[in-house]
Design a protein around this ligand. Sequence first.
Ligand code: BEZ
Ligand code: FE2
Length: 407
Amino acid sequence: MQIITPHYILLRDKVVTNLSVAFDKKIEKIAPFDDLLDAFPDAKVTTLREHSLLMPGLINAHVHIEFSKNKTELTYGDFLNWLYSVIENRADLINDCGIECMNEAIEKMLANGITTFGAISSQAMDLEACANAKQNVVFFNELIGSQATMADALFGDFTARLNASKMIKREGFYPAVAIHSPYSVHPVLVKKAVEIAKKENLKLTAHFMESIAEREWLDESKGDFKKFFEDLLSQSQSVGSAEEFLNYFEGTDVLLTHVTNANKGEIATIAKNGHTVIHCPISNRLLGNPTLNIQELNKNNIRWIVATDGLSSNYELDLFEEMKISLFMHDQEPLLEFAQALLDGVTIHAAEALGLNTGEIAEGKNADMLVIDLENEPTKELPVHLILHRYNISKVYINGKLEKGAI
Ligand code: BEZ
Ligand code: FE2
């Protein structure tokens, strides 16, 4: 058992002081220090500096570790131009990002206070790095392929990767399923993957309605994707509609990434099925996609969370940066409430969406915690200040283990 005494603790909706936290892998008890020492006399005690704040570790539910090499290789500003540049550079980017490059991305996330991440894995090149990561990892094996003739081979490759990820037996590693998107996965494959996820109780995610091109292609088989599909995949029609795609997920909750072009009907379906939307504001801006309509999500009681996407469409894997960009993009939202919602979107709401017992400093939760070095006493505007000032993160605990910040 350990006892930590920060100056302040960020609870669900308030900051408390004069309390300590006893924890092992889980947070055992939050109480005055003397009470905890009575209860756990052999505990290892850590007393922190003035103005230190204990807060939950951050959760990045959508990142592509395999694409961590990109810095200037890919074309930004327009979704289809970006996609062409990904296809052109894909082999080089993946081959040039070996284990060290992936480990570096994972370590950077740790330094940025990310204690849990959802890795969208397209080829399982990142399996070893994710298996050995200090963080909790939801390992989303991705299924892609819109051509019926390729379906069997692609499904075989997907199940082989899924099975390999199931062989990883370590605390905090969760095999899961990603279906790339409604435009890129044949309905036969979508159905089969959803069946597996349901049967084996695996988390499911998909990109959904990211670009205007996706909207036009799925609705009318036209727009910027027409030439792409005709030239590269010999297809003149979309394999299905967005609504059909959502219908395959009935009865299971899914994390849908982007959702910047969903129509009213799709929003209603997302709300009805209790899906979560993953907001990646930097990626959306860089790829020329619209800004997520968060007011519409809030109106429909849809849970939304915040993630970085991969370095293929970002310059950092830093949720503080991501929240800051979102705060400035959504200039109609009330500042303080929106800052709190963003923080919830990288902690408790992300944990709930991923079905993990973390994201909150509360008794019984996994001890995934950060120590933030504030510079003075927090005010009621702490959520805004946390996002604006990018305070030093002096310690990171994951499942009770100190992973950053020697004592
Ligand atoms: C496909 O494999 O069918 C595909 C991949 C990327 C974008 C669109 C389709
Ligand atoms: Fe993505």
